[in-house]
Structure formats: structure tokens, C-alpha cells
Design a protein around this ligand. Structure first.
Ligand code: NAD
Length: 359
């Protein structure tokens, strides 16, 4: 065996029902006292108790920032950075989904006037951005992503109670987005046995938790299992790098402005069906994680239980977009993809995903 695995250093706190105290403890542990608190208007009710607890602990929220936009337009990032610098923030706390975490990352990344101050992420979806050192910014219609060690949150505070308000359709789409991280980590360009072991346990956690949350959105036990699975999946993905699945979703999302989590939820079964026959270790691990006869059967059964998103045409992709997407996707798929990608198999995959024909 020959491989080099890099683990990213961060603290991970599970604080069921008590994010406010968890955040206070993390800010104090970092020796910081001037907080920039980021949460969108929709996430306000989740962030208010955090602000109150910080004030009670004598820690100052020097700026509260609500302008959060999906995929972090550069202008939005600039305004947030300026606000942080003007207020003299020495730590950023983000309370929200992947878009909110993403704005927090944009504030602390290279090039910002407050670059390098620590970020504490309090996730309220299963996006997993909190466990990666990847940032994303959008200029016009072009989304750029990059790696910067400064954007890795110093601490994550997971509180299952914050996710009881996540609407059912978003829970399912976001949970399957997390599952896409672990499945793609099985064959990503830098995938190693440590990533695969983390991904396998991530899939197990998601498959155990998601049906519970889908059946009862207030199930804190189900949410916690799902958060645990989502965290492991994101860690595995951050190390393994984007495989075929993420390359497809990145191209489609950028070309047709598709919703992030739903696109992942639709595309995943098709990539798994294409790759599993040529990826025996992934097949074995994914099937074991689902406790099913095969990887594809396990995913099929979970998706049925969740009434998962099915067709890209339902999310605004035009049919003639299939032909347009083939070349850019082919160019982006890593050379080590288990099944060689051809115009024919990729077109068939996109047609099936567009139409909602399950493999
Ligand atoms: P999101 O953050 O845009 O949230 C979707 C909607 O749900 C928003 O309106 C939000 O306000 C609302 N919401 C969030 N939590 C809620 C809750 N608990 N209750 C009620 N409403 C809630 O969507 P997302 O899928 O979490 O994140 C997508 C973004 O994250 C994309 O831009 C994606 O590129 C990015 N992302 C980045 C990485 C990375 O490693 N850099 C990883 C995964 C995702």
C-alpha cells in the first residue's frame, strides 16, 4: 500500500440543544472577543439565541451580517469583508446552511482585510462545507472554487435542534447532497483507504438518520445521525477531491443555474450505476454501509423511502442542455474514474437524469 493522507485540523463539537453555549465556549477557547455573526434573514431565529448567549458571556457581537446569497457573489463577499474590518471583528461565527458558511469562508480567506481570523461554523443543513478547506465565489455567471487553509473553520458546533425547522424537501435534498460526498469520495482523484473508511461510515450514518428525519422532522436522534454522517462524508470528500459526480453537478449547476442540493440528489444514482460495476471496493463498502445486496440497490431503497428528487427537467434544465453539457463534463471527469467516460455513456446518463428514468 502506498498513499499519503492529510487530515485537516479542526474541533468538532456536538452540542445537542445547546449551540449558544457551544459557540461561547469555542470563542473563549480561541481567545477571541469581537464577533462577526453571519446568518441570513431566514436563519435569524436560529442565530438570535447565539447572539444573546455571547452577550451574556461578555463577548461582543461587533457586527451582525444578514446579506447571504447562494454561491457567494464577489460583491456580497466584499461587503461582508468591509463590514468585518470596519467593526474590528476578531472571529467570525456563521449560523446557517452552506451558503452562510460559504460567506464566512469568503470573509476569512486570502485577500480579505481580515484574512486569517478564525471561523466557527454552526451548520443548519447537511451541506458539509464546514468540514472542508474549499471556498467558492461567483463573478457574474462564473463560479470559482479554490483551496485555502484559512477557510477551514477552526471549530464546528453541531446542534441537532437547529435543523428541526429545515423543510422536508430540503432535508431530503441536502441529506442526499451529503451522501454524494461520501459516494464520490470512494473514487475521487485522491481517494485513499482512509477516505473510503470515513465515507463508508458516513453513508451508514446518513442511511440510518435520514429516514428517521423524513418520517419525523423533529427527530433529534435522526438529525444527529444525519449530521454525523454528513460530517464524515464531507471530511472524506475534502480529502479525496471531486470525482465524476461532482464534476457533472458543477457543470450543470453553472450552465443552467440549477439548485445545488437537488441537482446532486438527482444525479447520484446514475453515477453510482455507471461506476459501481468497475469499482469493486466502492461497491463492497457502499453495499455494506447500506446493509443491502448491492450499492445501487441500497441507494434505490433509501431514495424510495425519502421520495427523493428524480428529474433534472423538474429543476429547470432544458432538454437541449444535455448535448451542450457533454463536452465540458467529459473534459472535467478525473482520469482515474472507474468507468471510462464516452460520449455515448455520458449522454445516456444525462438523458436518464433529465427524464427521471432511474437506473
Ligand atoms: P443554503 O445554505 O443556500 O440553504 C438553503 C435554504 O435553506 C436557504 O434559504 C436557507 O436560509 C434555508 N435554511 C438553512 N437552514 C435552515 C433551517 N435549519 N431551517 C430553515 N431554513 C433553513 O443551501 P445548502 O444546500 O446548505 O448550501 C449550498 C451552498 O453550499 C452552495 O453554494 C454550495 O456550493 C455550497 N457548498 C460548499 C461546500 C464547500 O466545501 N465549499 C460544500 C457543500 C456545499
Amino acid at each position: 500500500m502506498r498513499f499519503t493522507h492529510e487530515s485537516l485540523a479542526q474541533r468538532v463539537v456536538f452540542a445537542a440543544g445547546d449551540a449558544p453555549a457551544g459557540v461561547v465556549a469555542e470563542v473563549e477557547a480561541l481567545g477571541r472577543s469581537k464577533v462577526m455573526l453571519i446568518a441570513s434573514v431566514r436563519e435569524k431565529a436560529l442565530a438570535d439565541p447565539v447572539e444573546a448567549a455571547l452577550a451574556e458571556a461578555g463577548l461582543e457581537v461587533v457586527v451582525r451580517h444578514e446579506e447571504v446569497v447562494m454561491h457567494v457573489p464577489v460583491e456580497t463577499a466584499e461587503r461582508a469583508r468591509t463590514a468585518a474590518a470596519r467593526a474590528g471583528a476578531d472571529v467570525v461565527v456563521s449560523v446557517g446552511g452552506g451558503s452562510t458558511t460559504g460567506l464566512g469562508k469568503a470573509v476569512v480567506m486570502d485577500g480579505s482585510p481580515v484574512a486569517g481570523i478564525p471561523l466557527i461554523a454552526v451548520p443548519t443543513t447537511y451541506a458539509g462545507s464546514e468540514a472542508t478547506n474549499v471556498w467558492g465565489l461567483t463573478k457574474g455567471e462564473v463560479k470559482t472554487t479554490g483551496v485555502d487553509p484559512r477557510v477551514l473553520p477552526a471549530s464546528i458546533v453541531y446542534d441537532a435542534r437547529l435543523l428541526t425547522s429545515l423543510p422536508a424537501d430540503l432535508t431530503v435534498a441536502s441529506g442526499l447532497n451529503a451522501l454524494a460526498h461520501s459516494v464520490d469520495a470512494m473514487w475521487g482523484p485522491r481517494a485513499d483507504p482512509i477516505d473510503q473508511a470515513l465515507a463508508q461510515e458516513g453513508i451508514r450514518g446518513l442511511a440510518a438518520g435520514l429516514p428517521q428525519v423524513a418520517a419525523d422532522s423533529a427527530s433529534e436522534e435522526g438529525i444527529e445521525q444525519t449530521l454525523y454522517g454528513a460530517y464524515l462524508s464531507a471530511v472524506a470528500f475534502a480529502s479525496a477531491g471531486s470525482g465524476m459526480h461532482h464534476k457533472i453537478c458543477h457543470v450543470l449547476g453553472g450552465m443552467f443555474n440549477l439548485p445545488h442540493a437537488q441537482t446532486h440528489a438527482v444525479v447520484l444514482p446514475h453515477v453510482l450505476a455507471l461506476n459501481a460495476p468497475h469499482a469493486p471496493e466502492a461497491e463492497r463498502r457502499i453495499a455494506a454501509a447500506f446493509g443491502s445486496a448491492s450499492a445501487t440497490e441500497g441507494l434505490r431503497a433509501l431514495r424510495e423511502q425519502l421520495d427523493a428528487p428524480r428529474a433534472l427537467k423538474d429543476y429547470g434544465m432544458p432538454e437541449d442542455g444535455i448535448a451542450k453539457a457533454v463536452e465540458p463534463i467529459k473534459a472535467a471527469v478525473p482520469a482515474n474514474n472507474p468507468t471510462p467516460v464516452t460520449d455515448e455513456n455520458l449522454t445516456a446518463l444525462l438523458e436518464a437524469a433529465w427524464n427521471g428514468d432511474l437506473p
